[in-house]
Design a protein around this ligand. Structure first.
Ligand code: SF4
Ligand code: ZN
Ligand code: ZN
Length: 329
């Protein structure tokens, strides 16, 4: 807000904490947080992300985006009649993971949401740094593979109907633009507000699909949610193509408020077109029974190579034990 006179909220007498230009509104703390919840509710309805009676597994990293997502879904779950369970994976990345775990536990305790905690150290006897060193694969690519498997396996064991991810507008659009520029159109098919479920695969939903990064940051701050402040030591710093595209999109948004949301909606509307080139896995892994395109899933292949044993089945039993010890409704 500019200096001088304090601007009032457009909806009440309280001082405004932000200006939402695309909605032509100045909003106070209360009305901003309500506004964001309403926007997420509209996205849930528009894209049919959740239905009454569903169990939704929310993957929380300890960071601000997934903290805001869990908070919003907890509020909306009462209104829409679905159940929320949180999942956190302790990746074993030193101090960062310790703090992320602490933030996730504090958040779930405050919101009274059941938390499934999976620790790579307990599960595999090694965290991401050790696994990455052994595999000679970039830490983030290995981490992505492990997280995808664990989140999906947890959702299958818990009989969740959807996995909610904290990806927001500014996460999605740069990848959409990048894949369009490279004409990797089927990749765009994965970047919509949701993916469908199958027998051994639980669909992902992105309720923050139309919420920007600055909005999730402000929401987390105004609701005083516990989050890990530092970044993962493996996260990319400096210039990346996605960062440059993000800056470009934000510069357009400044001149044309609402452009980013209109863009995201247009992609969602045509997502069927982008999905045409996608192939779906139809086999089940001979070790763990999860969906795969070959004979053995990527997680079992990786763990067999690094740890001498395909760990998928052990992971599924571990998740069953952990889930049984958490009070679910
Ligand atoms: Fe995993 Fe990379 Fe993200 Fe760190 S930055 S949590 S290693 S994907
Ligand atoms: Zn107000
Ligand atoms: Zn497997």
């Amino acid at each position: 807000m500019s200096s001088g006179k304090v601007l009032k909220c457009s909806l009440c007498e309280e001082p405004a904490v932000t200006v939402v230009r695309y909605a032509k509104l100045r909003l106070c703390r209360k009305h901003f947080t309500e506004f964001i919840c309403k926007r997420v509710l509209k996205a849930i309805e528009r894209y049919r992300l959740v239905q009454k009676g569903w169990r939704v597994l929310v993957a929380i990293s300890g960071g601000k985006d997934s903290a805001a997502l869990l908070h919003i879904l907890t509020v909306l779950s009462k209104q829409l009649g679905f159940e929320v369970i949180a999942l956190h994976i302790d990746l074993g990345i030193g101090e960062y993971s310790r703090k992320a775990r602490e933030a996730a536990e504090k958040l779930c305790k405050g919101l009274e949401v059941p938390l499934i905690m999976l620790s790579l150290g307990e599960l595999l006897g090694a965290g991401i740094p050790e696994l990455a060193a052994k595999s000679r694969r970039p830490a983030c690519s290995l981490c992505g593979l492990v997280k995808r498997y664990l989140i999906n396996a947890a959702a299958v064991e818990l009989r969740a109907r959807a996995i909610a991810l904290g990806h927001h507008l500014d996460d999605m659009l740069p990848y959409i633009v990048k894949n369009f520029a490279l004409q990797s159109l089927s990749e765009i098919g994965k970047l919509g507000p949701k993916t469908e479920s199958g027998e051994f695969f639980v669909g992902r939903i992105r309720p923050l699909y139309e919420v920007s990064e600055s909005e999730t940051t402000l929401y987390t701050h105004l609701c005083n949610l516990p989050v890990v402040e530092e970044r993962c030591p493996y996260s990319v710093r400096g210039e990346s193509l996605e960062k440059e595209i993000r800056e470009f999109l934000n510069s357009v948004e400044v001149k044309r408020p609402g452009f980013k949301i209109a863009f995201a909606r247009a992609v969602a509307k045509n997502i069927g077109f982008y999905r045409k080139g996608m192939t779906s896995a139809t086999n089940t892994c001979r070790h763990c029974g999860m969906l795969t395109s070959g004979d053995v899933c990527a997680f079992c292949r990786l763990t067999e190579r690094l740890l001498g044993k395909p760990m998928g089945l052990d992971v599924r039993s571990y998740i069953k034990r952990v889930s049984a010890s958490v009070k679910l409704s």
